[in-house]
Design a protein around this ligand. Structure first.
Ligand code: UD1
Ligand code: CA
Length: 483
């Protein structure tokens, strides 16, 4: 049986991006372009996937290796054009009897369905080569597809080599092809570099196929954006917008309210339950999951976090790798850093930062606090301005606050320290020792009131500065009357 192999071209510099980074490493919706293309290749379950690398090959390889897919890398030295790139894979495909599907690392939006359809049509028709085209309103920059009077494809002419007349053609080459292996490698060797760019163009194999009487097919993709090439940052932004729109539509069609889709940014792997409402200028990223009936208010960013059901995140909050259980409320202006667990119904309020801590069921820290390396039990109230002093400049230490503790405002816990169940911490205390269950801990200088101290001071000032006398004597009179 004939087999399928996939070849991904990813060696180019991507000059038009004007970047220090290789083009295929630029991301769309948080994922490098090359990874998107690779995923489509994997979905076709080919016998082999080969990636042609060249410019910044180490970085490209590292990016793919991280994802641990079985691919073979072939180095292209010299970057002499797309035909030259394909030729590098000849040795690796020596034993293949079948079809080579050629993809471009910079055409990242292509759908699995398009590729499956290409492969099936190619096989069914018994073609030697099948190209994929689309029709654009503005075809500039792309290779144009030239057809004969019967509609048969006869040639692809690159934009830079096209005449004014040819430039008017709106059917373009997408850079995706299926070709029989035997024909492909014979043809790429016949390609010459007599063109404006002095490169070996893969597109020339169409003309070679015509000359040799080979069977050529073409499929035309209707939704042009799916086969757009990313050559500039403008196109990168177009692709980003397309992806974002598609993800948002998908969420909306599955029961999520997106108040303003034009200003909401949700990554491809994020999931959201029904009847949740997402307000604008929200960024939900990575592997974030959000349950049902949640409300995410404006200007929130959540990365790799899990929110249960009926969670409310108020304005301007940031959550990284957090675990937030049902009915919890976060924000406005909260920061939850990694390894934070907010248990059921707990509340974190404005200007509260929580790091590597668990906030127990129904507990509250609503104003101006830092809670780090801390375990807080159920029903605890953390007063405004409470700080856990978890770091001595070298090491981090834990704070444990058991169930139903009441912490008065402006308290510092100098860790390591433990507060027993039901204890009360008086406002303004600095807690350096463990507090037993149900105890009151108070650590502040006792208040002294010095009666009449203000007036006495004023009299003293008057004796030193006579010009203040009239005002002070009035005060004296008033004081006498009171007596
Ligand atoms: C190519 C096609 C053009 C098509 C367009 C679609 C050719 C000659 N032209 O043009 O007809 O309309 O794609 O997007 O094929 N690459 C290598 N090695 C090289 C050169 C390029 O691996 O020596 C890789 C690039 O990394 C890229 C892909 O091949 O992923 C396409 O190269 P690029 O230079 O972007 O070609 P285009 O000018 O866009
Ligand atoms: Ca390109």
């Amino acid at each position: 049986m004939k087999k399928l192999a996939v070849l991904i071209l990813a060696a180019g510099i991507g000059k038009r991006l004007k970047s220090r980074k290789a083009k295929v490493l630029h991301t769309i919706a948080g994922e490098p372009m090359i990874m998107r293309v690779l995923k489509k290749a994997i979905a076709l379950t080919p016998v082999k996937i080969i990636i042609i690398v060249g410019h910044q090959s180490e970085a490209v390889k590292a990016c793919i290796k991280e994802s641990s897919h079985a691919v073979e890398f072939v180095e292209q030295k010299g970057l002499m054009g797309t035909a030259h790139a394909v030729l590098q894979a000849e040795k690796s495909l020596r034993d293949l009897d079948g079809t080579v599907l050629i993809l471009s690392g910079d055409v990242p939006l292509v759908g699995d369905e398009n590729l499956r359809f290409l492969y099936e049509s190619h096989r069914k028709a018994g073609n030697d080569i099948t190209i994929v085209s689309t029709v654009l309103t503005d075809p500039s920059g792309y290779g144009r597809v030239l057809r004969d009077a019967n509609g048969g494809v006869v040639r692809i002419i690159e934009d830079k080599d096209a005449t004014e007349e040819e430039k008017k053609i709106r059917e373009i080459n997408t850079g995706i092809y299926a070709a029989e292996k035997e024909f492909l490698f014979k043809a790429v060797k016949d390609v010459r570099k007599e063109n404006v760019q002095e490169e070996y163009y893969l597109t020339d194999i169409v003309e070679i196929a015509v000359k040799e009487g080979k069977k050529i097919g073409a499929i035309t993709v209707k939704n042009a954006i799916e086969v757009m090439g990313i050559n500039t940052r403008v196109e990168l932004a177009d692709a980003e917008r397309y992806f974002r729109k598609r993800k948002l539509s998908d969420l909306m069609l599955n029961g999520v309210t997106i108040v303003d889709p034009a200003n909401t940014y949700i990554g491809p792997s994020v999931s959201i339950g029904i009847d949740s409402i997402i307000y604008p200028n929200t960024f939900l990223e990575g592997m974030t999951t959000i349950g049902e009936d949640c409300v995410i208010y404006p200007n929130v960013r959540i990365i790799d976090s899990h929110l249960g059901n009926r969670v409310v995140v108020k304005e301007c909050s940031f959550i990284l790798e957090g675990e937030i259980e049902d009915e919890a409320t976060i924000g406005p202006f909260s920061q939850l850093r990694p390894e934070t667990v907010i248990k059921k119904g707990a509340k974190i309020g404005n200007f509260v930062e929580v790091k590597k801590s668990t906030i127990g069921e129904g507990s509250k820290a609503l104003h101006l606090s830092y809670i780090g390396d801390t375990t807080i039990g159920k029903g605890v109230n953390i007063g405004a301005g409470t700080i856990t002093c978890n770091y001595d400049g070298t090491k981090k230490y834990p704070t444990i606050i058991e169930d139903e503790v009441f912490v008065g405002s402006d308290t510092q816990f100098v860790a390591p320290v433990r507060v027993g169940k039901g204890a009360v911490i008086a406002a303004g205390s600095t807690i350096t020792k463990d507090v037993p269950r149900n105890a009151l801990a108070i650590s502040r200088v006792e208040q002294k009131n010095k009666e009449g101290w203000v007036l006495k001071r004023k009299l003293k000032v008057q004796s030193l500065r006579p010009e203040l006398r009239p005002r002070v004597s009035k005060l004296k009179v008033r004081k006498k009357k009171q007596k």
